[in-house]
Design a protein around this ligand. Structure first.
Ligand code: C5P
Length: 314
C-alpha cells in the first residue's frame, strides 16, 4: 500500500492583534505567523478499508474525531467521494514532538499534513490554494500551516500575504508541561474584558486590518533586522493569559532578564519564546533559564525560524 511521510512544522506568532468581532462569531485578527524547525512527523497510508484510523506515540493525543488530523481525513473523504471509493481509508501515524495546548499550532499543522498527504495518496493534484480552502474549513491557522514560512495573516487568520522569512534567527521555547491553554477560552475571555477596544464599525476595522501591512514589524522583517523584530514582538492575548497563569507570567519575566532580542507568548500560550541570533546563544539562554527556574516540569526547546511549511520527509 502506498504511503507518504511528511514533516509538519510548528508556528510562533511574531505579532497578534485582535481588531474586532466578526459576524461569524470569530475575531478579526492581524497576525504575523512564523514557522519553526520544531515539527511533528506524519505518515499517511492507504489501509485498504473504509476507515480512518489514527496512531500517535503521545497518549494525550486523541485518536478520534476530536483530533483535527482525523477531521482533515474525514473532510477529504467527504469532498472527494470518488477517490475515497477508489482508494479507501487511511492510517494516520503521528510522531508528536510539538507540545499540546501550547499556542504552537501543533494540531493544526498535523491536519495540514493530512490534507497534503491525502492529496498525494489520492493523486488529486490540488493546487496550494485549493488545499488552503479545505484547510480553512477545519481551522483558522491551518491554511498558514500548509505553506508555512512567514506571513501576515488577517481575517480569521486565513487571509495570507507571504513575507521573506527571517530564517537567520533562532528561538528558545519554554513551556510548563502541566499548563495547556484553550484557544477558545483565551479569545472568549479577551472579548469579555476588552470588547470596548474593538473596532466600532467596518471602516475602522478595515483601516486597522490594512495598517499591519505597513507596520513597523513588517519593515523590520523585510529589512532582516533581527534586533528590531525582537523589539516589536506583540501579542494581545497576553493581557488575559498572563494574569490568569502567574507561572507563565513569571516565566516570561525571567526570560526577559536574559540576553535575547525579545520575548513574547505565542498565540494563546502557554509557550513563551525568546528570539536570539545564534544556536549557541539559544543554548546559553536555556542553561541560564534552567538555573533560574529549576522546575523539572519546565520544558525547553531550541529551534530555528524556517521558511517552509508541510514538506515530504526524506
Ligand atoms: O479556528 P480555530 O478552531 O483554530 O479556533 C479556535 C477558537 O479560537 C475558536 O473557537 C474561537 O473561539 C477562537 N478564535 C477566534 N477568532 C479567530 C480565531 C480563533 O475567536 N480569528
Amino acid at each position: 500500500m502506498q504511503s507518504y511521510s511528511l514533516i509538519a512544522p510548528a508556528k510562533i506568532n511574531l505579532y497578534l492583534e485582535i481588531i474586532g468581532d466578526r459576524p461569524d462569531g470569530y475575531h478579526e485578527l492581524a497576525m504575523i505567523l512564523q514557522s519553526i524547525g520544531l515539527a511533528d512527523r506524519i505518515d499517511v497510508r492507504a489501509n485498504g478499508t473504509d476507515q480512518i484510523r489514527m496512531y500517535c506515540d503521545d497518549p494525550q493525543v486523541p485518536s478520534d474525531e476530536s483530533n483535527l488530523a482525523y477531521r482533515a481525513a474525514a473532510l477529504m473523504a467527504q469532498e472527494f467521494p470518488q477517490s475515497y471509493k477508489q482508494f479507501g481509508g487511511v492510517d494516520i501515524t503521528i510522531e508528536k514532538r510539538i507540545p499540546i495546548g501550547a499556542g504552537l499550532a501543533g494540531g493544526s499543522t498535523d491536519a495540514a499534513a493530512v490534507l497534503v498527504g491525502m492529496d498525494l495518496l489520492w493523486k488529486l493534484g490540488l493546487t496550494q490554494i485549493e488545499i488552503q480552502e479545505l484547510a480553512a474549513m477545519l481551522g483558522s491557522d491551518i491554511p498558514f500551516c500548509v505553506t508555512g514560512g512567514t506571513a501576515i495573516a488577517t481575517g480569521r487568520g486565513e487571509q495570507l500575504s507571504p513575507l521573506t522569512s527571517p530564517d537567520f534567527l533562532y528561538a528558545v521555547l519554554a513551556k510548563y508541561g502541566d499548563i495547556a491553554i484553550s484557544t477558545a477560552w483565551a479569545y472568549k475571555t479577551y472579548r469579555q474584558q476588552f470588547r470596548d477596544s474593538y473596532a466600532p464599525d467596518n471602516e475602522t476595522l478595515i483601516g486597522r486590518k490594512q495598517r499591519v501591512h505597513s507596520g513597523a514589524i513588517v519593515s523590520a522583517i523585510t529589512q532582516r533586522d533581527g534586533k528590531r523584530i525582537g523589539q516589536l514582538l506583540y501579542n494581545d492575548l497576553e493581557r488575559v493569559v498572563l494574569p490568569t497563569y502567574p507561572k507563565v507570567a513569571k516565566l516570561r519575566q525571567t526570560l526577559e532578564e536574559l540576553d535575547t532580542l525579545g520575548v513574547m507568548m505565542s498565540g494563546s500560550g502557554s509557550t513563551v519564546f525568546a528570539l536570539v541570533d545564534s544556536q549557541a546563544q539559544a543554548e546559553t539562554v536555556c542553561q541560564q533559564l534552567r538555573t533560574l527556574l529549576p522546575n523539572p516540569d519546565l520544558n525547553l526547546w531550541t529551534t530555528q525560524l524556517t521558511a517552509s511549511g508541510i514538506q515530504l520527509a526524506h
